[in-house]
Design a protein. Structure first.
Length: 480
């Protein structure tokens, strides 16, 4: 087996070990998304997504970078024999960040509620939800490091079952509001966290004498640029949503929210698992001073052929997607969802491109590009929103991610061979052609057969079957 074929095999096997959890997530989302759409009005859907976006922002600023530092440096600490010191230092960072977060909450609570018209109970529910979410972030990184894909899969399945049951209980009790959903999520995640902890028994050793300032400084040096980067990315995703919310255009906020909710729930759930599953192998290859150029090229090629057909579903069949998951109160979503899907594809692709910054501990470069991109995004949003309304806002999001991806792809390091973009471009174009061929093959079928939700589901499944069948037949041509 040559090097490239071995890479394809290793990447696919890593991905498939974590994929079963995502298939179950998708199956439960087929129930959860319509339930939420039924429970919440357009305005409440906007409030719900505002709450979730605040949760993402809090986790991004205070906790996500610490979890990534665990993944980046734990192996190194283990090799150096300082794992106890490393663990104590990480716990210290978590606790300090949590205290700072509470302080910020009490200072900004009134201003956030007044300016963005957020209900105080919704904001409090978000703060409650933060605690189990930050624990879950840390535990999921440990599951990756300990190579426990089955426990990861089981925890996802377990959480989804709990969430569905609690959501249905909310409907039965008549408590169909944003806060009840957020509290239900907090309870479900807490129970799941407890299950994981009992199974893996993470290292509990903590003492002030084990805390090493050097380790904390290393994590801060790695993490602070990540905070700025992730804040800018968060801004790119949510800029238009907060703009419309501040202008009291709640219907527009809701339309953007449901588009974001559907696209991210389905696509990000699958796409993010790809890099999630192979990142430890990338770190191991780099730390053992192995060449990663061939591996990263193969990884990016497989990303294109695996996920481009899924992305194009949202571009070719937006009306079918919306009718499967929602009802008639969302009128403009069909024009928004293709932009969100393409933005997700580019965002996850750029994450693969940006692994080089993590390997070289030069995440500040990504930060500089992110700051430049969000400035461009603000300007583009102001122009396109004035011209085309919420469709312009969705287009501005996509243009921002195109700029972001191109700028990051242009950065190279002399002492590290990375991705062969010529090969990747060839694979991307070939995969895109296959998607269009599949679409036109189904076009006549679509003209003569009509029906309800079952018809929309069958049409999407046929598109995927044809696309992946043609991809499999053409594998030797696509992966040149």
């Amino acid at each position: 087996m040559n090097c490239e074929k071995r890479n394809y095999y290793l990447i696919t096997m890593d991905f498939f070990r974590y994929l079963p959890s995502r298939f179950y997530v998708l199956s439960t989302l087929l129930l959860i998304i319509p339930l939420f759409a039924k429970m919440l009005s357009v305005k409440e859907m906007g409030q719900y997504q505002i709450g979730i976006s605040l949760l993402n922002l809090i986790c991004t600023i205070f906790f996500d970078w610490v979890s990534k530092a665990v993944l980046r440096f734990r192996k190194k600490a283990e090799l150096q024999g300082i794992l106890t010191e490393f663990t104590s230092s990480i716990y210290t960072l978590f606790m300090c960040n949590y205290l700072i977060m509470l302080l910020v909450y009490f200072i900004l609570k009134q201003k956030l509620c007044a300016y963005f018209f957020i209900d105080e109970m919704t904001l409090l529910s978000v703060m409650i939800l933060v605690i189990p979410c930050l624990i879950r972030q840390f535990l999921y990184q440990l599951l990756r490091l300990l190579d426990k894909p089955f426990l990861y899969t089981f925890s996802i399945v377990f959480y989804q079952i709990l969430l569905v049951l609690m959501t249905m209980l909310c409907i039965k009790k008549g408590t169909d509001n944003v806060s009840s959903i957020l509290i239900s999520m907090a309870i479900a995640i807490t129970i799941t966290d407890c299950l994981i902890i009992t199974k893996i028994k993470p290292q509990k050793t903590f003492s002030l004498k084990f805390i090493k300032i050097g380790i904390i400084q290393q994590c801060l040096k790695y993490g602070i640029p990540l905070i700025c980067t992730n804040f800018c990315i968060w801004g790119m995703w949510h800029l238009s949503q907060y703009y419309y919310q501040s202008q009291r255009e709640f219907e527009s906020t809701g339309e953007i929210a449901i588009s974001n909710f559907i696209a991210k729930s389905i696509l990000t759930a699958i796409f993010s698992t790809f890099l999630f599953s192979v990142f430890p192998r990338i770190i191991k290859k780099y730390e053992t001073q192995k060449d990663i150029s061939s591996f990263m090229t193969s990884l990016t090629q497989l990303y294109c052929i695996y996920f481009l057909p899924l992305t194009m579903i949202f571009c070719f069949y937006p009306q079918s997607i919306i009718r499967i998951f929602t009802h008639n109160q969302y009128h403009q979503t069909i024009y928004l969802i293709p932009f969100f899907a393409l933005s997700i594809f580019l965002h996850e692709l750029t994450k693969i491109i940006n692994v080089k910054y993590h390997l070289k501990n030069k995440t500040y470069i990504e930060t500089i590009i992110s700051i430049f991109t969000i400035i461009c995004g603000i300007i583009i949003n102001l122009i396109l929103i004035n011209l085309y309304g919420i469709t312009g806002a969705a287009a501005a999001l996509l243009i921002s991610f195109i700029i972001y991806a191109i700028l990051n792809a242009c950065i190279n390091f002399k002492d590290i061979k990375y991705i062969n973009y010529g090969k990747v471009s060839y694979t991307f174009i070939f995969s895109l052609i296959i998607c269009f061929i599949s679409y036109f093959c189904l076009h006549s079928f679509e003209l003569f057969i009509t029906g309800g939700i079952i018809f929309y589901v069958i049409k999407i499944l046929l598109f995927l079957i044809i696309s992946y069948a043609l991809t499999y037949i053409s594998t030797n041509l696509i992966l040149k």
